[in-house]
Ligand binder design. Structure first.
Ligand code: SAM
Ligand code: SF4
Length: 499
């Protein structure tokens, strides 16, 4: 099942790449990542304090920055100015998304892959990795644990790229996830939003996934720097085709999947270049479709099975640089969700979440079948890379509560049609933030009553009560009454009420 012959590989590659679905976007034969211009902007940027403060006003007004403005923020080194930037990032996040963090779990469906990414434990070069894909029974078992025992409502499902995990397989696994109803203290738990991290797909396949009901379609460019891209993704592999990947968000938007998640894998090339290129990507989508990235991801390379590069990355970010990256991304694309994952260790996540992140994962296991299996967390041969933070969802919820942050299990936006262009306006005007607050309270209540221990409940109860008072102060009395009605119904065991 796992071995494919070279001739078959070439055939598969020819079928997978559709040149006409990239070339039509080029302007005079060029894509939208101007390598030289990006370097020149970074070289020319002057972080003059008055200029920086003017830029912060723009971020606080939820306007996407110009590349030259982002370049200036990236070049700030002065501690006082960095503190002002952090403060503006925190305010921006609160205006757009309120005081909440949404949680999810990764569910790895398959590690079969035809590509040879130099940093990944699933590369064909990895001799020691144990390869397999989940059967549909196993997909349901994994989902039972995630929805019934841990209490997740959102997943990111992850796949390698391989003929035996075609779009049909992806669609089947997603349908099976949505079908699971796992018993809990009050009724059943269910996954309400399935986001997908898979290979770039052609527009026809993306339409099919849209029909199955996927949430965000997430693909990271890894590095936008063409030369480095070529070095870490060998020619003759599907992933070696830079533009096939670069334009997959365009194809997704054209297929009707209007929540797209972009990202770069930090450590491959100069971090400021890739950060600025993410802005070029966001601006390109805004200009063409009036929709920007639903989420931005900024993983740092972690050690991976049989990968020398992952152990010795070219350009690893220090923790200080990583924090600055988060602040600058928040300020540059102020409406976008930002995902920090369990790749980062506990201390880093605790410090970085408040700076502007909106989503994080917990109780994460990234081996194939690893939620139902018993195995050592950090077994390299089973997973794509090594996680930095293996906290359970309950531990994370409690740690966030101690910082006064509410955990949200909200999936309402997508289910109420608040996606794509429609949500862009709501995010920019702060209206979505109100929904975030209401739904965070309702879904947090559900989770606490279904899954929390008495000790965790005692720590989290003051947070939820404070948020309820926040809602009272924020909305009209008649609306508060409606909200209170929903809240009471949830306390009595009803589930899945949202705004
Ligand atoms: N195969 C698909 C692809 O490459 O887009 C999707 C799944 S891949 C398993 C998901 C992401 O994991 C990649 O896009 C990459 O950014 C990230 N990744 C790969 N190796 C990593 C490593 N050693 N450390 C951290 N992240 C890594
Ligand atoms: Fe395959 Fe994705 Fe890993 Fe590359 S990053 S080897 S495409 S699973």
């Amino acid at each position: 099942m796992t071995v494919i012959l070279d001739s078959n590989r070439q055939e598969y590659m020819a079928e997978s790449l559709r040149r006409e679905q990239t070339d039509k976007y080029l302007v005079d034969g060029n894509d939208f990542i101007p390598d030289r211009e990006i370097h020149a902007l970074l070289d020319a940027a002057k972080p003059d304090p008055e200029y920086i403060r003017d830029i912060l006003k723009k971020s606080l007004a939820i306007q996407t920055l110009e590349p030259a403005e982002m370049a200036a923020l990236l070049q700030v080194e002065d501690d006082q100015l960095l503190a002002e930037m952090a403060e503006a990032a925190i305010k921006t996040k609160h205006f757009v998304y309120d005081n909440r963090i949404v949680t999810f779990a990764p569910l790895y469906m398959s590690n079969l892959c035809v590509n040879r990414c130099a940093y990944c434990g699933f590369s064909t070069e990895s001799q020691n990795v144990q390869r397999r894909k989940l059967s549909m029974d196993e997909v349901r078992s994994e989902t039972n644990v995630l929805a019934g025992k841990i209490g997740h409502k959102r997943l990111i499902v992850v796949y390698g790229e391989h003929p035996s995990t075609s779009t049909e397989y992806i669609a089947d696994t997603i349908t099976n996830v949505y079908d699971v109803k796992a018993p809990t203290r009050h009724g059943f738990g269910q996954i309400r939003r399935v986001n997908v991290n898979a290979a770039p797909l052609p527009v026809e396949d993306l339409k099919h996934l849209h029909e199955v009901g996927i949430g965000t379609y997430q693909v990271f460019q890894e590095t936008y720097h063409k030369e480095t891209y070529r070095e870490v993704h060998p020619a003759g592999t599907i992933k070696g085709d830079y533009r096939w990947r670069l334009y997959c968000m365009h194809r997704a938007l054209e297929a009707g999947v209007d929540d797209v998640g972009m990202g770069a894998l930090f450590g491959l090339y100069n971090w400021k270049f890739d950060a600025l290129a993410l802005l070029y990507h966001a601006r390109e989508l805004e200009a063409r479709y009036n929709i920007g990235p639903h989420t931005l991801s900024f993983p740092r390379i972690e050690p991976a099975c049989d990968s020398l590069l992952a152990r010795n990355p070219n350009d690893l970010l220090t923790d200080r640089q990583f924090k600055k990256l988060i602040i600058v991304l928040r300020l540059s694309v102020p409406y976008s969700g930002m995902i920090i994952t369990a790749r980062e260790n506990r201390a880093t996540r605790d410090e970085c979440i408040p700076l502007g992140c909106t989503q994080t994962d917990a109780s994460s296991r990234i081996g194939i079948g690893s939620y139902s299996d018993v195995y050592t967390d950090q077994e390299e041969a089973r997973q794509q890379f090594i996680l930095g933070d293996t906290r359970s969802l309950e531990e994370l919820v409690v740690d966030l509560a101690k910082q006064g942050v509410i955990t949200s299990f909200c999936t309402a936006g997508y289910r109420c049609g608040r996606t794509g262009g429609c949500i862009m306006d709501m995010l920019k005007t702060g209206k979505e933030g109100t929904f975030c607050k209401l739904n965070a309270v309702l879904t947090f209540r559900e989770w606490l009553d279904d899954f929390a221990s008495p000790e965790s409940l005692a720590i989290c109860e003051p947070v939820i009560q404070k948020e309820i008072e926040g809602v009272r102060a924020m909305v009209k009395p008649e609306f508060f009454e409606k909200f209170e009605g929903y809240y009471k119904r949830i306390c009595s065991g009803e589930r899945d009420l949202y705004f």
